[in-house]
Write a protein that binds this ligand. Structure first.
Ligand code: ZN
Length: 146
C-alpha cells in the first residue's frame, strides 16, 4: 500500500531527535574516553615490558582499540553534522531528493542523511560497482590455463 506524502517532522519531534543525538554523542564520547585510557594503559604496559614479543602484542591490541575509537569518532562527526543541520533547519531532509525523511527512520538512524529510497538506490549502485569486477572474473572461461 502506498502511503500518502508524510507530514514534515514537527518541532517537538526534532527536539526529541536532538536529544537522541546528544545522548548518543555523550555515550560515544564517554566510551572513547574509556578506550583511550585503556590504550594509554596498554602503552605504559609495553613501555614497561622488557620482552620484545610483549611489546608487539600490546601494540597490536592498541591498533585494534584505535580502529574502534576511530569508528566511534566518525559516528560522533556524523552526529555533529546532524546537530549542525538541526541548527541550520535542514535536518530531517534528504540530501538526495530534499524530501523530508520519515520520523521512524530518523528515530532509528538519527544521523541519516538520506531517505530510505535514496539510501537504497545508493547502496544498489555501490553494490553493482563492487560486483562488476567479480562477475567479469566469473565470466572468464575456466580451464583456460590448461
Ligand atoms: Zn531522498
Amino acid at each position: 500500500m502506498k502511503q500518502p506524502r508524510k507530514p514534515q517532522t514537527g518541532a517537538g519531534e526534532k527536539k526529541k531527535l536532538r536529544g537522541l543525538l546528544e545522548a548518543r554523542r555523550r555515550q560515544l564520547t564517554a566510551e572513547m574516553q574509556g578506550m583511550m585510557r585503556d590504550v594509554r594503559a596498554a602503552g605504559r604496559a609495553h613501555e614497561r615490558a622488557a620482552d620484545e614479543q610483549d611489546v608487539s602484542e600490546s601494540y597490536q591490541r592498541s591498533d585494534v582499540d584505535l580502529a574502534v575509537v576511530q569508528m566511534k569518532a566518525e559516528t560522533v562527526a556524523r552526529i555533529d553534522a546532524a546537530l549542525r543541520r538541526v541548527d541550520a533547519g535542514t535536518y530531517g531532509h534528504c540530501v538526495g531528493c530534499e524530501e523530508p525523511i520519515a520520523f521512524e527512520r530518523l528515530r532509528a538512524l538519527p544521523f541519516a542523511l538520506r531517505c530510505k529510497a535514496c539510501e537504497e538506490s545508493r547502496e544498489r549502485v555501490a553494490r553493482v560497482r563492487r560486483e562488476r569486477p567479480a562477475s567479469a572474473w566469473k565470466e572468464t572461461p575456466t580451464g583456460f590455463q590448461d
